[in-house]
Design a protein around this ligand. Structure first.
Ligand SMILES: [Zn+2]
Length: 231
């Protein structure tokens, strides 16, 4: 991302912004160093009145000490402003509509964005179009994967519930048969009991098909068995 940001050609007003920001950052990477060098040639005072300059400032902030990552707990964009820039960097971010969370780490202020929408918006503001594209692609596939996992989990939960219910029904039928109560139950309930014993793993729909009735009716009859056994 830094290489991409350093390729954006700054206007003169933006060079002044970068000149004020970059040389104060301690460990500049190669792309940012080149840009800082180019910015040194322009004189004059930096101002952040223009939008292009504020965006350049955000770009410079990232070049001076930024990172973006996607971990298992979510996304994180971190900005570690150069010394003396903590207050201004926060103000510029807020003015551009961001709500960074601030933390102090080893005596330096760290500004963080965690919401994926906000990170995407930062990338757009800073002019990192390629990174934004990669970020959005990653984000979509993560969300898809999350949704698939959720539905697999839901399926597994439904299956577990169905298996448990079938087991309870079978136990109920055995208990009722042993105590002689099954014989006194209505014919259609006994038919449902027999169908369940014959097919312990059948779904309600499958039992309904075998008994030539509806799922709802089968459920009622099986419930009657478990209720009766519980008495
Ligand atoms: Zn400008």
């Amino acid at each position: 991302m830094k290489a991409e940001l350093a390729r954006v050609r700054p206007a003169d007003c933006d060079r002044r912004v970068l000149a004020a920001l970059l040389p104060r950052a301690k460990h500049l990477g190669a792309p940012a160093r080149r840009l800082a060098h180019a910015a040194e040639l322009v004189g004059g005072r930096a101002s952040l009145r223009r939008e292009c300059c504020r965006r350049t400032y955000l770009r410079g902030l990232f070049l001076a000490g930024g990172s973006v990552s996607a971990g298992p707990s979510g996304y994180l964009l971190e900005l570690r402003p150069p010394r003396g820039e903590a207050t201004r960097s926060r103000a510029v971010l807020e003015r551009e509509g961001f709500a960074p969370r601030a933390r102090v780490r080893r005596g330096r202020q760290v500004l963080m964005l965690r919401a994926a929408d906000e990170i995407a918006s930062f990338l757009r503001h800073a002019g990192a179009g390629e990174t934004l594209l990669r970020f959005e692609t990653r984000r979509v596939s993560r969300e898809m994967r999350g949704r698939t996992n959720a539905s697999v989990n839901a399926d597994a939960a439904n299956l577990a519930r169905a298996v448990r219910a079938a087991r309870d029904q079978i136990e109920a039928v055995h208990a009722l048969a042993e105590s002689g109560r099954l014989a006194r139950m209505p014919l259609e309930v006994r038919a449902a009991a027999a169908a369940r014993l014959r097919a312990p793993e059948a779904t309600l729909s499958e039992l309904a098909a075998r008994l030539e009735t509806t799922k709802w009716v089968v459920r009622q009859r099986l419930r009657r068995l478990t209720r009766e056994a519980a008495r």
